[in-house]
Design a protein around this ligand. Structure first.
Ligand code: ADP
Ligand code: MG
Length: 623
């Protein structure tokens, strides 16, 4: 360790920059916020190589007077805040005076700016925060910030950037969110010169909704905040605090596999807030299937002094003076919007048996109506191939994975009687299961079996997922995944960032038996799916796959494949609450025995619980 000394100005500013600017999307966020604060009505964001090469934000806002240009790039230089009292009520998106200094410190930055009263513009070039050139130029009113080679002088940070595709997606997400909150501003986003997203700026939020969520979903979104005759739905006003909640939520029939489509704005600022996200989820209580999440766009407005935005340098977190009041307002207003539209969809009871009473979804494809979870026709003595689940009446999909079922023709093995060597615990990964005899099914969810030294409770869904997973993986490994063409292709509409994500993974999907192709802006046509899942709703499946891909980051090809495989298996597997025939149970158990890793489902949950004979004896006090 050396002597204590002050950091050089350059190093200090790099460290400070690290707090504000984490990745290209943070640069876009700060520059877009500055443009909005400058009163721009048109904002053009152009990025190259996911922002790694360059990010340019051009606005028609009020510009920066030439004599203040250098000052704008100094740390803690702002025109938005003067006294400590101002900090108690912030009306602008920026206020910390950090962003420009931070961005300039870690990039090569060119600014061209011209206020309306100036006759010409100013061009300022900075490198690692130092001004390297300054000259007058002809320029329209407004500001252009061009950020090149972000983190070129911070190799450590550069290393932490994700793939171009991921960085691009984060930028897409950011711009679309701001476009939703500011429909009166025209946004244009271009990647490598190609327009990927554009709004008119005519103030019509419905139009922007259609662009971001796709025309169909955009139209179906329910509006929060329409006050009805009884005055129900009027803004929460308690004491001096009025919390206005507006926005749009999807009807309960539309849901996603993760929370990512719950978007929150507080006083025009996009924020992340676990508690308010939960308020939205709670509002949907009993409306959504277990493990599914709503789509919501929520604008919360409250007096500026009721919310502290100075929590974190990135300004994406806020603190409320009365958090419970805000939580309550969000939950109540979202719930009211759902109830107003869909009172009959409330599934009523919750808890253990709720799932059993939920109506099973069914989908219509052409004239051929298929119960989604329809059981294959199987007589008592017939074998059922669970790996090719989806076997329909004509058997066309039998063995869809092209693999022989492990026990197809084997005689039914019986448990061995007599003395047996004591066995250790059965939860070791990779350890094979003993041969088991099916005793019966309980709760239409678990299969009880008897093994040589005890009993097993098998989770039918988890077990089936495991079987499908191994077969799908094997078929994929041998490039033998059979796909089934859909008679009429179905279209799926996605948000711009989701569309980008899907597009970049189309080859992987193709290798896994999907035929999906771009079909107009943000729309894809699903032409074929893996055959063993052909009876399921393809649109929902693809939407779920995309939602899975959104989760987590920097997916390697391997990980992407695995995510898709797991989602397909989950969708195609028999569900809890499904009554199985003896033949079906036998087949399921035999195929589970044949698995490489029979003890867990692909997500790592156990497929079975084991109770040994000696444990049973102990429980009954027989030892
Ligand atoms: P903050 O936004 O917190 O004030 P910034 O570092 O982002 O801090 O910006 C510093 C100052 O530069 C702002 O307060 C504003 O006066 C000016 N500025 C930055 N971007 C723009 C822009 N696009 N148009 C006009 N003025 C701008
Ligand atoms: Mg700012």
């Amino acid at each position: 360790m050396g002597m204590i000394h002050l950091l050089s100005e350059q190093l200090a500013s790099q460290i400070a920059a690290g707090e504000v600017i984490e990745r290209p999307a943070s640069v876009v966020k700060e520059l877009v916020e500055n443009a909005l604060d400058a009163g721009a009505t048109s904002i053009h964001v152009d990025v190259r190589q996911g922002g790694r090469e360059s990010i340019q934000v051009a606005d028609n806002g009020r510009g920066i007077p030439a004599e203040q240009a250098e000052l704008a790039f100094r740390r803690h230089a702002t025109s938005k805040l003067e006294t400590a009292a101002d900090l108690a009520a912030i009306y602008t998106l920026g206020f910390r005076g950090e962003a420009l200094a931070a961005i300039a410190a870690v990039s090569q930055l060119t600014m061209i700016t011209r206020p309306v009263e100036a006759t010409a513009g100013l061009r300022l070039v900075l490198e690692a925060g130092e001004v390297v050139s300054r000259e007058g130029v002809g320029a329209p009113v407004g500001t252009v910030m061009a950020v090149d080679k972000l983190f070129y002088n911070m190799p450590a940070r550069l290393k932490f950037l994700k793939t171009i595709a991921t960085e691009k997606r984060l930028i897409d997400e950011l711009v679309t969110k701001y476009a939703l909150a500011y429909p009166q501003v025209g946004f244009r986003l271009t990647h490598n010169g190609r327009v990927t997203f554009q709004t008119s700026g005519n103030g019509a939020l419905r139009g922007v909704l259609g662009q971001v969520y796709g025309a169909q979903l955009g139209r179906s979104l329910l509006e929060i905040g329409a006050v009805d005759e009884d005055g129900e739905g009027a803004d929460e006003a308690v004491g001096e605090t009025a919390v206005a909640v507006r926005g749009f939520v999807a009807p309960p029939g539309e849901h996603r596999a993760n929370r990512q489509q719950i978007t929150l704005f507080v006083n025009g600022r996009w924020v992340k807030d676990k508690s308010l996200t939960y308020a939205v989820i709670q509002a949907y209580h009993t409306f959504l299937p277990v493990g599914r999440y709503p789509i919501a766009l929520i604008f919360i407005e409250l007096p500026a002094d009721e919310v502290d935005v100075n929590v974190h340098p990135t300004k994406t977190e806020v603190r409320f003076r009365e958090p419970r009041r805000v939580f309550g307002a969000v939950q109540k207003r979202v719930r009211a919007a759902i109830l107003a539209e869909a009172p009959v969809r409330d599934l009523g009871s919750t808890g253990m048996f709720a799932q059993l009473t939920q109506p099973r979804p069914s989908w219509r494809r052409g004239e051929n109506v298929q119960e989604a979870f329809e059981l294959p026709e199987a007589g008592e003595n017939q074998r059922v191939d669970w790996g090719g689940w989806g076997t329909n009446a004509d058997g066309a999909l039998q063995g869809a994975l092209g693999l022989p079922a492990a026990h197809q023709n084997a005689p039914l093995p019986m448990p061995q009687a007599g003395e047996l060597a004591p066995r250790p615990r059965l939860d070791l990964a990779g350890e094979k299961l003993p041969i088991m005899r099916v005793v019966g099914q309980i709760g239409a969810s678990y299969i009880i079996t008897e093994g040589p030294e005890g009993l097993f409770l098998v989770d039918q869904h988890a077990a089936h997922e495991r079987i499908m997973y191994e077969k799908y993986l094997a078929a994929h490994g041998q490039k033998r995944v059979v796909s089934q063409t859909l008679v009429a292709g179905t279209a799926v509409q996605l948000t711009p960032d989701q569309a980008g994500l899907l597009e970049e993974n189309l080859p992987t999907l193709a290798a896994l038996g999907f035929d999906v192709e771009p079909f107009g802006p943000q729309t894809f046509m699903i032409r074929a799916v893996p055959a063993f899942i052909a009876t399921q709703d393809p649109t929902r499946l693809v939407a779920d796959v995309v939602a899975d891909l959104e989760r987590g980051d920097a997916p390697t090809r391997q990980k992407v494949e695995d995510k898709i495989i797991r989602r397909v298996c989950k969708t195609a597997s028999i569900k809890q609450g499904q009554v199985l025939s003896r033949a079906e149970m036998d087949a399921l158990i035999q195929q589970l025995e044949a698995c490489q890793n029979p003890h867990t489902c692909p997500h790592g949950r156990p497929t079975l619980i084991y109770l040994s004979v000696s444990q049973l004896a102990k429980e009954f006090g027989r030892t």
